[in-house]
Ligand binder design. Structure first.
Ligand code: GUN
Ligand code: FE
Length: 500
């Protein structure tokens, strides 16, 4: 009972200062009453047939409930590298900094010890659903899946497929080996026991919190033979999610095109005729569909935007990484104008923060850079809804939650606090006792520069504006100190107050 924030579209969200939300023992949201004055709380509970025996959680002044963050792209074995080697661009950064660290995860004991605090850090940053890349190692990635499963986080876990253009010490020996390990990981993840009381008698694989995901690292690191086999495996099971990188860096795009010339793609499983694009490569091997997550998408050609739109794949916008590795500014507004699904990714350790809050802040800055550049460009059209404009708070909230859910093809289960969805949520505190001096406490009486209108309607309007101000301040100045509790499927799994 208290303040609730929940996205409703790319440009709108609910800000309810006095909501009452019911969660079942199975962790599903049962109903949401938008406006319940304290004096009517018992009456409303009684109307829902709840007379006693209710575990009422009160959200205090200066706090609110919101959907958990969805991190649509990150690399668990790169977390130890956060904040190092950032002088490089992508291909040098992989060779100099990233592959050496990932190779260390070949030691399963090292991996187990590292992954435990790594997963905890993502959870305490408010990420309730996380799309993890492991290393190329089977056993260590199984350990990652086990740790994520034990933690109660919702996640996709994949091991990298990479059998070429990688160092001798960190490469898979053949396409067959890569496929065998991939199938083995899928079986392992699908055999993990259900964490929660099931919604129905018959356990549904789609309800499992941890799901496998095919993870061809990027086209450069996979032979045509390996991509063909991955496409066949994907075709045999449409529920299998797919994640990869696309058009992140200009040298990478050039290298990719050189590896997949037109004459090769004319003979691919889904032949492409005419000029080659990066998205066209993935399409030629049957890897683009509604549950494909494409990270970066900075340097897309118009033809690729059409391919992504047509195949209903989603884009993971990773602005921290795109700035940090000097990759560029993704044209997120343009993608949204085309109706393409977009979520946010931390892309650790290309990105230097495991928090989606940092991605939100950099997504805002990135949209401002794009807007500045396009106002200097006289060909920019003033009629597009998002392109060439900075993203408003409602859109940033959407990207961090519901947009991410769409990219994971999970928008029916998560992404907003709506009846019928799982209760994946954060209790956020912007109170002075949260211990973040970067946010002036919203529990203290302060003047937000709002007009205090007299009367009941005026009070409601002021409270709603205050709640909107709390959200904006949290998104731009908040951190894990402001995340008191993290819930997945109705279970408390982390946050500042969490005790295992
Ligand atoms: N492209 C291929 N591998 C990677 C990676 O680990 N990080 C990023 N940012 N891009 C990649
Ligand atoms: Fe990445």
């Amino acid at each position: 009972y208290g303040a609730v924030i929940s996205p409703t579209s790319l440009t709108t969200y609910l800000a309810l200062p006095h909501a009452l939300l019911s969660v079942s023992t199975a962790g599903e949201i049962e109903w949401l009453e938008h406006d319940v004055p304290a004096s009517q709380l018992q009456d409303v509970l009684a109307r829902h047939g709840i007379l006693s025996d209710v575990d009422l959680v009160e959200i205090r002044k200066g706090e609110f409930l919101m959907p958990g963050f969805v991190d649509t792209h990150t690399h668990a074995p790169q977390v130890p590298n956060i904040g190092s080697g950032q002088q490089h661009e992508l291909l040098d950064w992989l060779a100099e900094v990233t592959f050496p660290m990932e190779a260390r995860f070949g030691d399963v004991e090292f991996a187990r010890g590292a992954y435990l605090p790594i997963v905890k850090r993502f959870i305490d940053s408010g990420t309730t659903t996380c799309c993890y890349y492991g290393s190329l190692h089977l056993d260590s990635t199984k350990a990652l899946a086990d740790i994520v499963h034990a933690s109660g986080q919702r996640a996709f876990v994949g091991k990298c497929n990479m059998n070429r253009n990688s160092p001798d010490y960190y490469v898979e020996p053949s396409a067959q080996d890569s496929m065998q390990a991939t199938r083995d990981l899928i079986s392992h993840i699908r055999a993990l026991p259900p964490k929660h009381p099931q919604r129905s008698e018959k356990p549904n694989a789609a309800d499992a919190l941890v799901q496998p995901v095919l993870t061809p690292r990027f086209a450069i690191s996979c032979t045509p033979e390996l991509l063909t086999s991955l496409g066949e495996l994907a075709a045999s099971d449409r529920s299998l999610a797919i994640q990869t990188h696309i058009s992140e860096n200009e040298s990478e795009v050039v290298f990719t095109k050189s590896l997949f010339p037109p004459e090769l793609l004319r003979c691919a499983p889904h032949p492409i005729h005419g000029s080659v694009t990066y998205a066209g490569v993935y399409e030629a091997y049957g890897l683009l569909r509604e549950n494909t997550i494409l990270a970066h998408a900075v340097h897309l050609e118009p033809k690729e935007v059409e391919i992504i739109k047509r195949t209903k794949a989603g884009v993971s916008h990773c602005p921290t990484s795109n700035f940090n590795l000097r990759s560029g500014c993704a044209k997120v507004g343009m993608l949204l104008d085309h109706g393409i699904k977009v979520g946010l990714g931390t892309d650790v350790s290309g990105g230097f923060s495991p928090s989606i809050l940092t991605a939100v802040q950099h997504a805002s800055i990135c949209s401002k850079v794009v807007a500045l550049e396009s106002s200097a460009d006289s060909s920019a059209s003033g009629t597009d809804k998002f392109a060439s404009r900075q993203l408003p708070v409602a859109t940033l909230l959407h990207l961090a939650t519901l947009g991410g859910a769409q990219v994971c093809n999970l928008e029916k289960r998560i992404g907003s606090l709506e009846p019928g969805k799982a209760f994946d949520a954060l209790v956020v505190s912007v109170r002075s006792d949260a211990g973040n001096p970067g946010i002036w406490g919203f529990d203290l009486d302060q003047d937000f520069g709002l007009d205090h209108v007299e009367g009941d309607r005026g009070r409601r309007k002021t409270e709603k504006k205050e709640l909107e101000a709390m959200l904006e301040r949290f998104l731009f100045c908040g951190d894990d100190r402001n995340i008191r509790r993290v819930y997945v499927q109705g279970r408390s799994i982390g946050g500042k107050e969490f005790r295992a």
